[in-house]
Design a protein around this ligand. Structure first.
Ligand code: G3P
Ligand code: CA
Length: 281
């Protein structure tokens, strides 16, 4: 069961900041997740929303795509967390910045695995090409293909197919909205998804035994979002999921048997299992 630090360790630190990623890795998450947005001058930044308000406490406003990187960098991406969660507030969060993807790779490329979402790619033409340039710049394209050092996820099939057209060896995950999907509509989509992706990321609400079996039969990984309690994780493990997105990596890692591989070893083992499954089909 792979543990994906959703926006880092976002229950404990402001989401998608270096503080959140540092913590997720300290806690032992196998992957750290990045949602991508693009600035008006073409820089990939790591932010969930396509607008700046929520994670700057309203002090920065408007769409990311309408701001330059310098403008986005001027925003305080941490103080809102201290206001929203006084029990988890830290002085270090005040004034923390929205990172660029380049900065994230610079800091973690030698020690982490990345689970990167192309977010709203229709509104940011060139996002996929810019991502590929950075993978090459940091020597991550080959380890992405062979040992899943980088997995690319999207709700947009078009974006994933574009990535696949540019490099068919990249591991891709098709995300699925909770609505209008149901376990059965997702199941019906699996053969088509298996043409270009190595797995799916549905809402945990849409996972049942039947869907897990159908995904496994097509050698598709099953990584539901977002699982923040042990009971739910146990039920999902019993159903047969192969990974989870979580805001509380420590809670879920506490359930992992101590003799199982962790971090990059766990990711490498999953990539190997998946390849063997595909080769045997
Ligand atoms: O990428 C998996 C999950 O994060 C999808 O939902 O809205 O948190 O990006 P969201
Ligand atoms: Ca995401």
């Amino acid at each position: 069961m792979l543990v994906i630090g959703h926006r880092g360790a976002s229950a404990y630190a402001p989401e998608h900041t270096l503080e959140s990623y540092d913590l997720a890795l300290e806690l032992g998450a196998d992957f750290i997740e990045q949602d991508l947005q693009m600035t008006s001058d073409g820089v990939l930044v790591v932010l969930h929303d396509d607008t700046l308000e929520r994670t700057t406490g309203g002090r920065c406003r408007g769409r990311v795509i309408d701001h330059t990187f310098e403008q986005v960098r001027s925003c305080d991406a941490g103080s809102w967390f201290n206001t929203a969660h006084p029990d988890r507030a830290r002085d270090a969060f005040v004034g923390t910045r929205i990172p660029s993807l380049e900065e994230v790779f610079e800091r973690y490329a030698d020690r982490a695995s990345f689970y990167i979402e192309t977010k709203n790619p229709e509104e940011a033409p060139g996002m996929e090409e810019a991502l590929l340039v950075l993978l090459d710049q940091f020597g991550l394209r080959e380890p992405a293909a062979t040992e899943w050092r980088v997995v690319i996820q999207s709700f947009s099939e078009r974006s994933l197919r574009k990535m696949s057209d540019m490099d068919a060896s990249l591991p891709l995950i098709q995300l699925l909205h909770a609505r209008p999907e149901t376990p059965r509509t997702i199941q019906a989509r699996l053969p088509r998804i298996s043409e270009y992706a190595v797995g799916i990321g549905p809402s945990w609400r849409d996972v049942d035994h039947q869907l897990a079996r159908a995904a496994a039969n097509l050698c598709l990984e099953l990584h539901p979002y977002t699982v923040n309690d042990v009971e739910r994780m146990t039920a999902l493990t019993d159903a047969g999921v192969t990974g989870v997105f979580t805001d509380v990596p420590d809670l879920l890692l506490g359930q992992r048997p101590s003799d199982e591989p962790r971090g990059r070893d766990a990711v490498r083992a999953a990539a190997q299992r998946n390849r063997q499954c595909r080769d045997s089909r």
